[in-house]
Design a protein around this ligand. Structure first.
Ligand code: FAD
Length: 400
């Protein structure tokens, strides 16, 4: 049986970022990942664009990842929120808030590649391709079983971190339930070239069939995230590009001139999943394994990255006190520290969807008055902007 201090199940963005955050502590950390970097980077899921909040950019600067991707990231200098067919709109400008950017947009694949490269350079120990197939808690440690090239290997560790994504097996093995809300929607993701330059504006447009976001990419390109009901999405996907473009144009309007699809459209089914607990004996849960959100507000990974940093900070404190890294007290502190941020971001993202799904005229009127208020009341606007920028939650860095 091999041993380590912390075993991270899943080397996606959350798991790999945690390994980087723990690097300065000199702990023995192992990341187990099923997919090779080549398979992962070739996956169509890498096409999705991630809106990184300013708070996440600051974390990636500390993890020495940001310098690798800054040239690939497009700053968001303005956010424009509107409701199709109604008068309300809200505009947020980085300049008004005294920040250079409200966030950055980066293709997920570029960020994943950079995180893997930095892990490589900093000698993070990856066991890959390998799958964690079971775990058992035994007193002051957990025994983890993995399948690596058809062979079974056993690890003994103080702490297991479940960073194994929305279908987390670790969560299931530990008997942690989940709350699931199926939006019965699909996010259609692609890239669009616009006749006019976006001027670094992220557009969020709520339409009767679901929210539509255009996020700025280099030149006149924009990442499209277009939410549709399942049946409608299937129908759209069966249409020729020209017809899809004309429906998109109708939904978005002409603010950016003519829109042209320049990449295949991919569909991601949308569900809100929230783990009922963030820990079990010897196990902490981070990232999508803990929460999977609707992408409309671009918050899912930003929230997961804050899980990672809070857990890393607590592990640093525990190490300084010579405590066991999987101690129950530490896990309880982790869950408590994350509760407010999870509650707030989940209600913010989910509330946005529900608020904009109401079709009754009185609801639409209230919503549009709300958007106007947001546009004209500086304190309200500042609150909304801070939620969107991921700056409303503080954590202490481990890399001070
Ligand atoms: C269309 C779309 C748009 C989005 N836009 C945004 C956005 O703008 N901003 C934002 O913040 N978030 C966004 N998100 C969310 C973001 O993509 C996710 O939150 C993030 O990628 C989750 O990372 P993760 O590491 O937690 O999970 P995952 O990426 O799912 O990684 C889990 C890893 O664990 C591995 N694994 C699983 N089981 C095992 C096992 N048993 N053994 C070993 N390895 C295992 C998997 O192979 C995988 O690599 C979006 C999501 C979608 C679908």
């Amino acid at each position: 049986m091999e041993t380590c201090d912390v075993l991270i199940v899943g080397g996606g963005l959350a798991g790999a970022s945690l390994a980087l955050a723990l690097k300065p502590l000199g702990l023995s950390v192992v990341v187990v990942e099923t997919l090779t970097p080549e398979t992962k980077l070739a996956s169509p899921a890498g096409d999705r664009a991630l809106a990184l909040a300013q708070g996440s950019v600051e974390i990636f600067q500390q993890l020495e990842v940001w310098s690798q991707v800054v040239s690939l990231a497009t700053p968001i200098r303005h956010i424009h929120v509107s409701d199709q067919g109604h008068f309300g709109k809200t505009r947020i400008h980085a300049g008004e808030l005294g920040v250079p950017a409200l966030g950055y947009v980066i293709p997920a694949r570029d960020l994943e590649r950079a995180v893997v490269d930095v892990c490589d350079r900093r000698s993070v120990r990856f066991i890959c391709p390998a799958e964690v197939t079971g775990l058992q808690v035994q007193g002051d440690h957990a025994a983890v079983r993995l399948n690596c090239h058809g062979e079974t290997r056993l690890y003994q560790t103080q702490l297991v971190v479940a960073a194994d994504g929305g279908n987390s097996k670790v969560r299931q093995w530990m008997g942690i339930g989940q709350q699931v809300h199926d939006y019965s929607q699909v996010a259609l993701v692609s890239m669009v070239e616009s006749e006019r330059h976006h001027q670094n504006t992220a557009y969020e447009r709520f339409t009767p069939s679901g929210p539509l976001a255009l996020l700025p990419l280099p030149k006149r390109r924009n990442a499209l995230i277009w939410t549709q009901g399942k049946r409608q999405a299937r129908k759209l996907l069966s249409l020729p590009s020209r017809d899809i473009e004309s429906r998109l144009q109708h939904a978005f309007g002409w603010k950016l001139g003519r829109l042209k699809l320049v990449a295949p459209i991919r569909g991601f089914p949308l569900r809100l999943i929230r783990a009922e607990r963030l820990f079990a004996e010897r196990v902490a849960i981070v990232g999508n394994a803990a929460h999977q959100l609707h992408p409309v507000a671009g918050q899912g990974f930003n929230l997961g990255l804050r899980d990672v940093m809070v857990l890393a900070r607590l592990l640093e404190d525990q190490q300084r006190r010579n405590g066991n890294l999987g101690a129950l007290g530490l896990l309880e502190r982790y869950a408590k520290a994350r509760l407010d941020d999870h509650d707030r971001i989940i209600s913010f993202s989910d509330g946005l969807i529900r608020w904009f799904s109401l079709t009754a005229p009185i609801s639409a009127l209230g919503r549009n008055l709300g958007l106007l208020a947001l546009d004209h009341i500086p304190r309200l606007k500042r609150w909304f902007s801070y939620q969107a920028m991921g700056l409303s939650q503080q954590y202490n860095s481990v890399n001070r």
